[in-house]
Design a protein around this ligand. Structure first.
Ligand code: GRG
Length: 301
């Protein structure tokens, strides 16, 4: 199977699982369940569950029992997008090529939809999984929780808000670069790392493989966010399915703004090398981790 076929088939598995496991739209009160389904089922690359699946498969796991907990990652990611688009945060009306959830359902429902998705995610992660020891599952659950708490994704988002227009206030370039690493690692990177480690933990990885997967996830998460920074200046809103050019407009700290476009691209290449080196340490029969990392580094949307 080539990479495109792999991505398409795993994405279809993710979409089917999300559709089947989310509460039906007519579950009372219908409006919140409609909004949850609108937010989650309206497209998106599904890259976090796909990379988690790839990690599990690279460890030799079969997927059936793992799909629901792995798809919890997409619920968490979608919650972050729904909340980030709200007026007090990014105030955006375009996401995944269509109207944002709060524009369609109102701000109150936007807040509650994010809350409901986050809560649902932990219910999915906590359901008993055939063939996975409870202790390993609890470890996996904690891995995901700490990636998105106030020392992870929320902390990164807070630091990002605090750092707005920092470049206009400071000419200490090294301090700004350190701050940017902190923001990217927490806001985006830790959920990537947790996705890869979740796949490894549920897929039965050894401690040595988990270490390699963690290093792969760290490199991939940072590369993903640098590419996202580059796309924000290089691509149109139509191609991205979300508003382009916002980083400059909001005075955000980004790699291209601090290092320049060429150095940012070179850093992505270096991180791809680190990811590939660690992906090669996982010896399972089906290992798409390196091609996925290359796809993430070369994507145009
Ligand atoms: C909880 C409000 C709140 C925020 C947490 C993750 C995050 C911080 C905010 C979301 C907005 C954002 C720009 C995040 C950076 C990570 C990123 C580039 C998300 C977009 O991910 P893709 O490209 O999106 O995987 P799709 O639509 O393909 O799923």
């Amino acid at each position: 199977m080539n990479l495109n076929e792999y991505l398409q088939s795993r994405r279809a598995l993710v979409d089917r699982t999300l559709d089947a496991a989310l509460p039906p739209a007519d579950t009372p009160p219908a409006v919140i369940h409609e909004a949850m389904r609108y937010a989650v089922l309206g497209g998106g690359k599904r890259i976090r569950p796909i990379v988690s699946i790839a990690a599990a498969e690279a460890c030799g796991a079969s997927l059936d029992a793992l799909l629901v907990p792995i798809c919890a990652l997409e619920l968490i990611h979608t919650y972050s997008l729904v909340h980030d688009d709200l007026p007090p945060l990014d105030n955006d009306d375009l996401r995944r090529g269509r109207k944002t959830t709060h524009v369609v359902y109102g701000e109150a429902m936007g807040i509650l939809t994010g809350d409901a998705l986050l809560t649902e995610a932990f219910a999915w992660l906590a359901k008993p999984i055939a063939g996975v020891e409870a202790a390993r599952q609890v470890r996996a659950l904690r891995e995901v929780a700490t990636a998105v708490d106030s020392t992870g994704m929320i902390g990164g988002q807070v630091a990002d808000i605090v750092a707005e227009r920092a470049q206009e206030r400071s000419d200490d370039r090294d301090a700004l670069i350190r701050e940017l690493h902190f923001i990217h690692r927490n806001k985006t990177g830790k959920l990537f790392t947790a996705s890869v480690v979740l796949g490894g933990l549920l897929g039965g990885a050894s401690e040595e493989s988990l270490d390699a997967l963690r290093r792969y996830g760290d490199a991939l998460g940072l590369a993903f966010q640098i590419v996202d920074d580059l796309l924000d200046i290089e691509e149109s809103s139509a191609t991205l399915g979300k508003t382009a050019g916002k980083d400059v407009a909001q005075g955000k700290l980004t790699f291209p703004a601090l290092l320049g476009v060429e150095s940012a691209r070179a850093e992505v290449e270096r991180l791809l090398g680190v990811a590939a080196e660690n992906a090669d340490m996982i010896a399972g029969p089906v290992n798409y981790l390196t091609p996925i990392a290359r796809y993430i580094c070369e994507r145009r949307s």
